[in-house]
Design a protein. Structure first.
Length: 280
């Protein structure tokens, strides 16, 4: 217990500094908002004008999501290492992305145009996804990770996916949120089904299926040339041209499917091991 308390006390100033930095960036208001809103309804004044900056709801939402990621950063007796610092950076950027997303959703509520992120917001989300591999590389370079660090990273991964799923759910179609809801439901199921609490075996398949959904969800809400792509797919002579939104829906649907398949296989494996030899 004492090492955990010592870790929390030593790390608290770092987390406070990151939260202050995040709050300061969002409170900059107009300049930062203008960068991430470029080309969206927010930049055209749908939220009440071009000089709105980040509303208080967006600032608080970003800080709340940042805070939710930090629980496992404070737990455990292991020291805070360089790989954990990468995860901390990723969760700070995630808080900024949430503020950008909330501002956009508030603005787009009055817009009849297709709901998509601006390219700077897509770049921010892409950086968050890429940093997921960065903490593992840093951990290996520094002699391996820690139990607390792995838990911290797992929580960050789950929150990142949930935020991207919420972005697709808010900007595209509600059921895209299911891609981010599967992990919390799995954890909740473990409280009711002890078998699901067992350790998951290392799996390259899980690594791929854990990375692809986030990229697919980001693709679904990015301002990609869906209309041109769908036109080429259907052909110029198509009697019924396909709606460009179909491509975005397919990307979101694949993300939900991959997450469901990944957790479904993990659950099946846990169940098989629980009823194996010697389990009674």
């Amino acid at each position: 217990m004492e090492p955990t308390v010592g870790r929390a006390r030593g790390l608290a100033p770092v987390l406070v500094a990151a939260a202050v930095l995040l709050g300061g960036l969002t409170l900059l208001g107009d300049p930062l908002a203008a960068v991430f809103d470029r080309g969206t309804a927010a930049s055209r004044g749908a939220s009440g004008g071009e000089d709105d900056g980040f509303p208080g709801t967006a600032v608080l939402g970003g800080l709340l999501v940042f805070g939710l990621c930090q629980r496992h950063a404070l737990l455990g007796a292991d020291p805070f290492r360089a790989a954990d610092a990468v995860t901390l950076l990723r969760t700070t950027l995630l808080g900024l992305f949430v503020a950008v997303l909330i501002r956009l959703l508030l603005a787009e509520a009055t817009s009849s145009e297709p709901l998509m992120l601006a390219w700077p917001a897509v770049a921010l989300a892409a950086a968050i996804l890429l940093l997921d591999g960065g903490d593992g590389a840093v951990a290996r370079a520094c002699g391996g990770g820690t139990t607390a660090g792995r838990r911290y990273d797992d929580v960050a991964d789950a929150v990142v996916l949930f935020v991207l799923a919420a972005a697709a759910g808010g900007l595209l179609v509600w059921w895209a949120v299911l891609a981010g809801a599967v992990k919390p439901l799995f954890v909740l199921g473990g409280r009711l089904r002890p078998r699901w609490r067992g350790p998951l075996r290392p799996s390259g398949r899980r690594r791929v299926l854990g990375t692809a959904p986030g990229a697919l969800l980001l693709t679904a809400v990015a301002p990609l040339p869906w209309e041109q792509w769908m036109g080429r797919l259907c052909g110029a002579e198509a009697a019924l041209p396909m709606d460009p939104a179909v491509g975005r829906l397919v990307a979101a649907g694949l993300a939900v499917l991959l997450v469901a398949v990944s957790f479904g296989r993990d659950i099946a494996d846990l169940e098989r091991r629980a009823v194996g030899p010697g389990s009674g």
